[in-house]
Write a protein that binds this ligand. Structure first.
Ligand code: ADP
Ligand code: MG
Ligand code: MG
Ligand code: MG
Length: 400
């Protein structure tokens, strides 16, 4: 079958034809539930009592929120399905299971996680997730370490990197994370009340030099297979469990980019509670929880990474005194820098986060946005001086 976008009804017909997915007499209904910028997501359910359900994710040959004036490769669906399969091998249970992939239709058939909710939503409601830091820190350590030259033969690693070149999606990041937000580009969309702060960023040459260096590393440092879009809208949670979705931006890049994405989105939520949580005690308590989570994510990542290094490193230099510590410090500095870029781009650039967007009063929203910009700048400018995660937390506390 050649490519066409499925309707809800065609999705049902397609689901019936996949062997061993639904019983013959299943009563299937389908609903398009996608809330992302790029793709269609269908929820398909057997309506009989205790009937099963699945998810179809289909890539469109253009950017969904823009339309066919902005074409985008369907190959991202292959990349997403291969990344999900690999992530499940490297860190079992951390992602939805892939049941089927259709190359022609750019269609992934996967496990339904409707019992989970998008983490960003829970964070706005000040929910706490006691296992999140452990689970995401482990996911980061395992997927990043095990796809790097530390754990793979350099031949195998370069073959893997070649199958995950993702130029069109990388280019979206290059433009919308690293370039457009830092100059007066027509795609930017910021709250008019923060114009002065935004203009100070645009005229800060020291800051722009650091952003340029971070962008260069994003474009040239093929350290490990990244998720590539690991914000809290790509993380689904229950009180007990964490699953990562949507790795269509996967490519070989700097490890700190994925860790920085998690940190940035926890901190964007931290800033948003300036608007969502008027009671100062309640706000400070939740913000303290978010900072502890940032710290814990890094600590788990570092501990797991050290263990993997001790047990599984293939790199001949792995036993060299000082190498592991130096490696991790570079990753931390990158994570801080990328977190800073991502915080700023979510305030100044095209794609905002619902955490801040859902603050109705523009003046109150400006307060959260200004804090996010302040923390973002500090993370980018001070990353070279960091010697551990405690320094990151101090830096954030000093910005508040
Ligand atoms: P996009 O690439 O367009 O951002 P996502 O993969 O992020 O698409 O999915 C969009 C939305 O669809 C998610 O925010 C979530 O609500 C829902 N969704 C995606 N995958 C699943 C899944 N496996 N189970 C349940 N809901 C899902
Ligand atoms: Mg998404
Ligand atoms: Mg899990
Ligand atoms: Mg996506």
């Amino acid at each position: 079958m050649s490519y066409r976008t499925l309707t809800e009804q065609e999705a049902v017909e397609y689901a019936r034809k996949i062997p061993n997915l639904f019983p013959q007499d299943a009563r299937l209904v389908s609903r398009e539930i996608g809330d992302g910028n790029l793709n269609f997501v269908f929820h398909i359910k057997d309506e009989r009592p205790s009937g099963k359900s699945i998810i179809f994710k289909q890539a469109l040959p253009y950017v969904r929120v823009i339309g066919d004036s902005w074409p985008l490769t369907l190959d991202r669906a292959r990349i997403e399905s291969e990344a999900l399969i690999l992530e499940n091998e490297l860190c079992p249970g951390s992602v939805p299971r892939v049941y089927h992939y259709d190359t022609d239709l750019a269609l992934i058939v996967m496990e339904d996680l409707s019992d989970y909710e998008i983490m960003r939503k829970g964070l706005v409601e000040r929910k706490r997730y006691p296992n999140f830091a452990k689970q995401i820190g482990t996911f980061l350590a395992r997927t990043l370490f095990l796809t790097s030259d530390l754990a793979m033969s350099p031949l195998e690693k370069k073959r893997k990197a070649a199958s995950f070149t993702n130029p069109e999606l990388c280019n979206i990041t290059e433009n919308f994370v690293f370039t457009y937000p830092f100059l007066d580009d027509p795609s930017n969309a910021y709250n008019p009340l923060i114009t002065n702060t935004v203009q100070r960023i645009w005229s800060n040459d020291e800051l722009k030099l650091e952003v340029a260096r971070l962008k260069e590393r994003f474009m040239t440092l093929g350290q490990a297979l990244l998720h590539g879009d690991l914000h809290t809208g790509s993380i689904m949670v229950t009180e007990q469990d964490t699953k990562v979705i949507d790795p269509e931006f996967a490519y070989y890049g700097p490890m700190g980019f994925d860790i920085g994405a998690v940190i940035a989105n926890l901190l964007l939520n931290y800033a948003a509670h300036e608007g969502h949580t008027p009671d100062p005690q309640e706000r400070e308590a939740y913000q303290a929880y978010l900072l502890e989570t940032v710290s814990e994510v890094w600590r788990v990542f570092e501990t797991e990474f050290r263990t993997l290094w001790e047990e599984q490193a293939q790199e001949p230099y792995a036993k060299t005194p000082g190498y592991l510590d130096a490696y991790l410090l570079d990753v931390l500095k990158d994570a801080a820098g990328y977190a800073g870029c991502k915080m700023m781009r979510r305030v100044i650039g095209l794609a905002h986060v619902p955490d801040l967007e859902s603050i109705a009063d523009p003046a109150l929203r400006a307060k959260g946005e200004t804090l996010a910009l302040c923390i973002g700048q500090e993370l980018v400018l001070q990353r070279g001086t960091l010697s551990g995660i405690d320094d990151v937390i101090k830096l954030i506390a000093a910005s508040a």
